[in-house]
Write a protein that binds this ligand. Structure first.
Ligand code: ATP
Ligand code: MG
Length: 774
């Protein structure tokens, strides 16, 4: 074994090494959380380059978020040095965007196409509805989400499947979808779904183009494969067709949490059928979490039917108990989380940056943030889009996109009167109507403004001024040498900052600062781009062997103008992409937590209706539905992010989305064996379900920050306090054994409870005080 090889295999277990050493042909690594799947991918890439001498530019490694891609790239630089420059390590979307830009002319676009986000998409849908003469039949949001679904499923309007002549909604969506695509093409714009869909269609229609990329990428590797949707999978099958391509996919069916974005867990389960002869490697040792955490995670996920049973063991110690934190309300929850974070840092020597707070929905973050701020806990909100979603930043971005692509109508509409320049609603309508009638983009219509009917000379003049501004910005962009220069020029010419500063209010000052921050982001981008370019050039220079004749080995990013590249980066910032800052606690949704790990994790809002999400509680069989199964997987993902400490926290009442709710404890808590919370087996306390429903009033009221479970509940060892909804709760009866509550009549110790007991006993009606939870 050469020394490179032994270094790369040194700290891998035998199945991990098997996956790294696997020769040619498809490979599936299917295993539970924290078992080293991501490590296998990086090692395998390094092994391909160092030991098997595969050209780095022949390797395409796809991950789920930009953040994951960055981490993988960092690890590969550590393993490979400058050779890592030529690897293509990226998300599906950004890899597709790069290829699409190179091939733009084949798909009715130019190289300078812009990428529309959700907000832009909605505008286009509204306009498409207007154009198609469909005003109020369906909500634009609903249509947009149907269009997105179609795109995720790799279907263009013509490929849509209507359920029959009566499918009025389907037909409506199809008509709007058609008009929507036309508008996007006319604006030289794509949406997220298009990035993948247009590429798949291009590869389908142009085998010669596909062949170039197939010949180039001889090795394709995919992390988090369980979350690929059909269009992504179609792309993979094109680039690395069955049966014998070198396609390596790694994932965990239990961590499939993007069904709502069209992800299909069947992709991973059926991989061996799609790629007959694929080698399957299972990793069974978990290196991340202490035993107690793993056991809890296992108990939660094993309630899902239709999953691959996976053994997962760990050499790590049992570790500390999980902690259940009960609170009066969400404010008390926030305060206690902050207090415990500070204590962990002081007494547990856990760094802030190794701690995370998770929640199910973004709306929960506000109260948590407030509490952390008050307690002076440094934190980062991991929600990458929030900066770029601010109104003023979106305005600036719209101008930047118009600089490279003046045909972008959605952007032009956005800034037509920003900053205010006296262009009112009537003028705007006349401009738009004229553009539609003449088949022009708004920018072209501006140039023809003298022909717009019924427009007075003042309005003409204002439109003229705006047109002039865009022309001038556009000319500047043609020659801009870097992104920061273009941003600076735009800010000056549009007077965006100036107007805000003149306004002088605190709000406006903050907004002006955000715009300067955008300039800062552009400067940072330029520096990085310049140094990347040098590194890339040196790597190409240092190639040990020339690329074979006729094989495209050029960097995928080649010759995109700087402003364009900057805009692309902004557009592709995803929900989970903020940097987890140095020395800061990370706050994020459970979805964003995928693939990450922390010493201590706080999972907040563990209440039915919050987590699992209320959506999953609806329907005929909420406990067996697909939505509930997905929530359960999300819980599994959350638990398995923790290395040493796992805190699960809930509030007795919570106001969320403007409503005050008294939700019962999350059903997932009832699945965690009580001993893992440190309760003694022979003195079983009530499970959380009963506990939070029967709070000891004094305990709640006494302690400002909300009581901890061990103080307030551990002595309640019977079912004296029956109230609220106890259906489904597990109980024991001295004579009848264990069972599940079907219904309860009345409240308190004398409530009559119907229980389904196991074995031959069946249904019995018993008095609550004779039951023990558990
Ligand atoms: P997830 O399912 O959450 O994505 P994963 O299977 O990708 O997890 P990794 O993130 O690759 O797992 O690994 C989990 C942790 O275990 C990491 O800290 C990694 O460095 C460590 N690890 C993986 N394999 C080994 C090994 N053979 N020896 C020691 N540590 C390992
Ligand atoms: Mg991973």
């Amino acid at each position: 074994m050469n020394p490179h090889e032994s270094a790369l295999l040194e700290d891998l277990n035998p199945p991990q090494a098997e996956a790294v050493l696997h020769g040619d042909g498809p490979l599936l690594v299917l295993s539970g959380a924290g078992s080293g799947k991501t490590r296998v991918i990086t090692r395998r890439v390094a092994h391909l380059v160092k030991v098997r001498h595969v050209f780095p530019w022949r390797i395409l490694a796809v991950t789920f978020t930009n953040k994951a891609a960055r981490e993988m790239r960092d690890r590969l630089f550590a393993l490979l040095g400058s050779q890592a420059n030529e690897l293509v390590v990226s998300t599906f979307h950004s890899a597709s965007a790069m290829i699409l830009r190179r091939e733009a002319e084949h798909v009715e676009l130019t190289k300078s196409f812009v990428i529309y986000d959700d907000g832009d998409q909605l505008n286009v849908v509204k306009r498409a509805m207007r154009d198609a003469g469909i005003e109020s039949m369906m909500q634009p949001r609903e249509i947009l989400s149907r269009i997105d679904q179609e795109k995720n499923a790799a279907r263009l309007p013509d490929d849509m499947r209507l359920s029959g002549p009566d499918d009025v909604k389907g037909a409506t969506v199809q008509r709007v979808y058609r008009a929507y695509q036309r508008l996007l093409r006319a604006a030289n714009a794509v949406d997220f779904g298009d990035l993948l869909l247009l590429l798949v269609k291009l590869f389908h229609d142009r085998p010669d183009v596909l062949e170039r990329y197939r010949t180039r990428f001889t090795h394709v590797l995919v992390d988090e494969f369980q979350d690929t949707n059909p269009v992504q999978y179609a792309l993979l099958r094109q680039l690395a067709p069955p049966p014998s391509s070198n396609l390596v996919v790694v994932g965990d069916d239990d961590q499939s949490i993007y069904r709502w974005r069209g992800a299909d867990v069947q992709n991973i389960l059926e991989f061996p059928m799609q790629y007959p002869g694929a080698r399957v490697v299972r990793l069974e040792q978990n290196y991340r979490s202490d035993q107690n955490i793993l056991t809890a995670a296992h108990e939660v996920i094993s309630k899902n039917s239709r999953r691959l049973e996976k053994k997962l063991w760990s050499e790590r110690p049992k570790g500390e108990n999980l902690e259940l934190m009960l609170h009066r309300d969400e404010r008390a929850e926030g305060q206690e989380v902050a207090r415990r974070i500070l204590a962990l840092q002081r007494e547990g020597f856990i760094k802030f940056s190794s701690m995370a707070v998770f929640y199910r929905t973004n709306a929960q973050s506000r109260v948590l943030e407030e509490a952390l701020r008050l307690a002076r806990v440094p934190y980062t909100l991991v929600s990458g889009r929030s900066f770029y979603d601010r109104a003023e930043v979106r305005d600036a971005a719209a101008y930047l996109r118009l600089m490279v692509n003046p045909r972008s109508d959605a952007d032009l509409e956005r800034v037509l009167n920003v900053p205010a320049r006296g262009i009112g609603g009537t003028t705007e309508e006349r401009l738009k109507d004229f553009a539609v009638q003449e088949g022009l983009s708004l920018f072209e219509a501006l140039a023809e403004r003298h022909r717009i009917p019924a427009l007075n000379s003042a309005a003409q003049k204002r439109l003229g001024g705006f047109h002039q501004l865009l022309v001038s910005l556009n000319a500047f962009a043609q020659t801009a040498k870097d992104a920061a220069g273009a941003v600076d020029q735009m800010l000056q010419e549009t007077k965006l900052v100036e107007t805000l500063v003149a306004d002088g209010s605190e709000e406006s000052n903050t907004r002006a600062e955000n715009l300067r921050e955008l300039l800062g982001a552009a400067q940072e981008f330029d520096l990085k781009r310049a140094s990347d370019a040098v590194a890339m050039a040196m790597a190409i220079e240092a190639r040990e062997e020339a690329a074979p004749e006729g094989v495209d080995s050029a960097p995928l990013t080649a010759d995109v103008p700087p402003l364009q590249a900057f805009l692309e980066q902004i557009s592709l910032v995803g929900d989970a992409d903020a940097e987890v800052g140095d020395g800061r606690v990370a706050l994020m949704t459970l979805h964003a937590a995928k693939g990450l790990e922390f010493d201590a994790v706080f999972l907040t809002g563990m209440e039915d209706g919050v987590f699992p999400h209320s959506r999953a509680l609806k329907g005929a069989e909420p406990d067996s539905g697909e939505e509930m199964a997905e929530e359960r997987r999300l819980c599994y993902v959350g638990f398995t992010r923790a290395r040493k400490r796992l805190f699960v926290s809930l509030a007795q009442c919570r106001s969320l989305f403007g409503e005050l709710k008294y939700n019962p404890p999350s059903r997932f808590l009832a699945d965690v064996p009580q001993v893992l919370f440190g309760f003694k087996e022979n003195d079983l306390p009530p499970p959380p379900r009963a506990a939070a429903m029967a709070p000891r009033r004094r305990a709640w009221d006494e302690e400002e920050t909300g009581p901890r479970v061990d103080r307030s509940y551990s002595q309640t060892s019977d079912m004296e306090a029956v109230s609220g909804d106890v259906r489904g709760m597990r109980v024991r009866h001295e004579q009848f054994g264990s069972g599940r509550i079907i219904s309860a009549d009345g409240s308190g110790p004398n409530a009559k409870v119907t229980v389904e007991f196991g074995g031959d006993v069946g249904l019995k009606r018993v008095i609550a005080r004779f039951l023990i939870p558990g």
